[in-house]
Ligand binder design. Sequence first.
Ligand SMILES: N[C@@H](CCC(=O)N[C@@H](CS)C(=O)NCC(=O)O)C(=O)O
Length: 212
Amino acid sequence: MILVGQMDSPFLRRVAVTMNHYRLPFERKPLSVFKDLKALSAINPLGKVPALVLDDNETLFDSQMILDYLDETAGPDVSLTPPAGEDRRKVLRIATVALGIAEKVVALNIETRIRAEGTTDPRIVRRYEGQVKSGLQWLEAEAPNPNQGPDQDPWFMGPAITQADVTAASVLTHMHEKRPELFSPETTPALAALRMRAEALEIFKASPFEEA
Ligand SMILES: N[C@@H](CCC(=O)N[C@@H](CS)C(=O)NCC(=O)O)C(=O)O
């Protein structure tokens, strides 16, 4: 399988980490959404990453659709997303908020770093920053509290890592690298600890964040 995109995308990284967790080998085609738009559009009509090209050339795009396929391939016993019920909804809820934060951070980067000089709208910037802050506060309240000592479960759902952790940690590392002023251990200590815990795992180390 070929995973298309660069490792600075939190959407792509959560897919790569998930594939590592399931021990599914893959090659990577590090196309850039800006520099390689033509080649990328031939793979994904939206010109976005990630895309996953399967061995029979079927192509999947959007990280949620890709994860749906990977979870199905891995099977319900090992799937990082519970197959049904309240636990599934909780994992998806946490992952959805984390992804929403990532979308706002990406939009913020476009608004402040890619737009032509003088065209940035401060009202939009404030709105995005507010959405990121509110999303992080919500996630912080869901995360395991590091002050509760060594008996505290390490992950959002308890002793075992799930897609909630993989997605949140991928998004938080992206913020740590791209927007450190919006994500600090002082305001969100539980999330900072969870991120460090995740980044220490082999499945994360095997697909590190890379600046494009
Ligand atoms: N909902 C999508 C979001 C993917 C996304 O926005 N990727 C960014 C890169 S981090 C992208 O391709 N941006 C280019 C564009 O939107 O034109 C997913 O989960 O895969």
